[in-house]
Design a protein around this ligand. Structure first.
Ligand code: NDP
Length: 322
């Protein structure tokens, strides 16, 4: 079995930035870029995004897949080796650690976990189909909301947390009206966010639809409406809309590590040192959305991937591995 200096698990902005930095530090990183774990593909969540307009350095915008190809090319250029496979098991109880995929098994002195998080969906058949064909169903308003197809349209956001409000308020910049569909009659969002919401409701730019769940998504090539069920009365009705945005939380991809690393109450990996990427297992670092439920941006993930590679480099150097 080969013993690697650094293995990076994941190939979103965090994982690939870690690869770029580790490769340039002569650590010869090996990256398990994934195949389809958690419904993600190599490149991570950005592969499901169309235009990225908030990543610095791209004044004209860039598509998510183009951006991730550029990240990967850059990591490749400095010598990152890639395995297009999902990691199926890790062993952090021995040193060097072991990282396994169905076809490969390697030892690693240091591991950088950058497995990300996946958006939660309602998992309705037409929701999934329309999301795949760019038919106006998305789990990221900040990524997709500014697209021309949503301008001056009536849109729905599902959820009652901070994300739902933040994304709904963001959408009001473009939309004619944004309906917030929530399964209860009280928001989970914090006080300040609730105040923002009710201000927009007063202005007629947002409208709550309480005690309601979406039981079907309507439309063939693009969404035309949602079928709602009132959970108190069981009454059903169709609400016409031209876009639907899910904001019902994310699930971090931490299943593989549950025997070794603690998670917070939302399932995100806990970091051992504030402002670093150290986990409680020395030599294992975590970067990007897998350990961040608050910011979840490509640029913040990339930044923490850089920190993880620097942390790993220093940690290895202290042990004479260079
Ligand atoms: P949350 O878990 O806080 O909220 C998820 C919301 O989705 C809840 O209202 C929940 O309903 C609803 N929901 C969950 N599952 C379903 C379902 N299957 N069908 C319908 N509704 C569902 O997630 P967020 O993404 O909103 O926030 C995550 C974290 O990030 C929080 O800690 C939040 O504070 C933070 N955040 C902070 C921001 C800021 O401060 N600027 C911005 C965005 C996020 P119910 O309430 O009934 O459980």
């Amino acid at each position: 079995m080969n013993t690697e200096k650094v293995v990076v698990i994941g190939s979103g902005p965090a994982g690939l930035t870690a690869c770029i930095y580790a490769a340039r530090a002569n650590l010869n990183p090996l990256c398990f870029e994934g195949f389809n774990a958690g419904g993600l593909i190599p490149g991570g969540q950005l592969m499901f995004t169309t235009e990225v307009e908030n990543y610095p350095g791209f004044p004209e915008g860039v598509t998510g897949p183009q951006m991730m190809k550029a990240f990967r090319d850059q990591a490749d250029r400095f010598g990152t080796r890639f395995i297009r496979d999902d990691v199926s098991a890790v062993d952090f109880s021995r040193r060097p650690f072991i990282v396994k995929s169905p076809d490969e098994s390697v030892e690693a002195h240091a591991v950088i976990i950058a497995t990300g998080a996946r958006a939660n969906w309602l998992n309705l058949e037409n929701e999934q189909r329309l999301a795949k064909i760019g038919g106006g169903v998305s789990a990221c308003a900040v990524c997709d909301g500014a697209m021309p197809m949503y301008r001056d349209q009536e849109l729905v956001v599902i959820g009652g947390g901070d994300s739902a409000i933040e994304e709904g308020v963001y959408l009001t910049k473009f939309a004619k009206k944004v309906y917030l569909i929530h399964r209860r009659d009280q928001l989970r969002a914090g006080k300040a966010m609730q105040e923002r919401f009710f201000k927009h409701v007063e202005q007629g730019r947002m409208e709550p639809v309480w005690n309601s769940i979406v039981i079907d998504v309507l439309g063939d090539q693009s969404i035309t409406g949602v079928r709602l069920k009132n959970v108190k009365t069981n009454e059903q009705r169709d609400l016409l809309c031209q876009g639907m945005f899910l904001a019902i939380s994310h699930t971090p991809n931490t299943e593989l590590f549950k025997d070794y690393l603690a998670t917070d109450e939302k399932g995100y990996l806990k970091l051992a040192r504030l402002g670093s990427t150290y986990t409680a297992v020395e030599g294992v670092f975590a970067a990007g959305d897998v350990a961040d439920h608050v910011y979840r941006q490509a640029v913040t993930a990339a930044g923490s991937g850089c920190i993880a590679a620097l942390d790993a480099e220093r940690w290895l150097a202290e042990r004479g591995i260079e």
